[in-house]
Design a protein around this ligand. Sequence first.
Ligand SMILES: C[S@@+](CC[C@H](N)C(=O)[O-])C[C@H]1O[C@@H](n2cnc3c(N)ncnc32)[C@H](O)[C@@H]1O
Length: 294
Amino acid sequence: MTNSVVTGGELPGRALPDMSDRQFQRWVSLLEARTGMNMPRARRSFLVTNVALRMREVGFDDYDAYYEYLTSGLNGRLEWTHLVDRLTVHETRFFRDERALRLLTSGILPELVRRPGWDGDINVWSVGCSSGEEAYTLAMVVDAFARSTDSSLRFGITGTDISLRALATARAAVYSARAIQRIPDDMRVEYCEPAGPGRARIKRALRRRVAFALMNILDVNTAAPRRMDVIYCQNLLIYFAQARRLKIVDGLARHLRPGGVLILGAGEMLHWRSPDVVRVANDHDVLAYRRLAE
Ligand SMILES: C[S@@+](CC[C@H](N)C(=O)[O-])C[C@H]1O[C@@H](n2cnc3c(N)ncnc32)[C@H](O)[C@@H]1O
């Protein structure tokens, strides 16, 4: 076994080593402690395959030795950023939840700009933004709203994620022609440009409204308040146990300005109550909460 050389590839035909139950539990606990993600038994082969492939890439043949490497020293911290890319699910798409977006355009944004004393800024946070499709979708929706209302609205979108690789894709803002087909025609013309065969890039005018940053959502309760108008958190909480979801949603609510709205994925948060928010009534069955005035 070596641990100093990154070989960058798996040798074809080499069977992956077995992982014992004890080892599996150890990896599950590490993942839960560091990312909040639950790894049920049904996803055992996903975890084993991805840990094994990555461990081979960095020259280990033994799960325990790789675990020790990963949990000690600076190299371990760097290696963790690679492994976490493998163990997180990055599935996403443009305009993924049409009902939530409709509520944003027809209900939430108009109310936000009518708030007494509103300063003209709208700040939106895409939490667990993956490769950026959600953040750019929100930018398109807010920009189109600003144009349609002719308001002097200024806006910024922040996308955060735990995966450096996903964030690099988000910053590059280049997507397949197939991926951008999900963007409504008029917006695709307005906000996308060709970027080589079968590829399109989000235009600079929109890109400059969107910033991406590394953030582990487990740190939400200790992070400095962000004073957001909209927090959009979809398809992330599903990977967490209920107790963790409650803590995270409490933490997210702290980052809202008074009148700001937290939008969650359908069915992702049950039985959440907070004295600081009210549920936003809507016909779209969208789970959204407005922060009360301080
Ligand atoms: C399934 S994607 C959802 C992407 C997007 N929100 C959507 O709905 O299309 C989940 C994202 O959450 C990120 N993630 C998982 N655990 C995280 C954590 N502890 N902190 C921040 N992001 C995390 C993953 O890296 C992944 O990009």
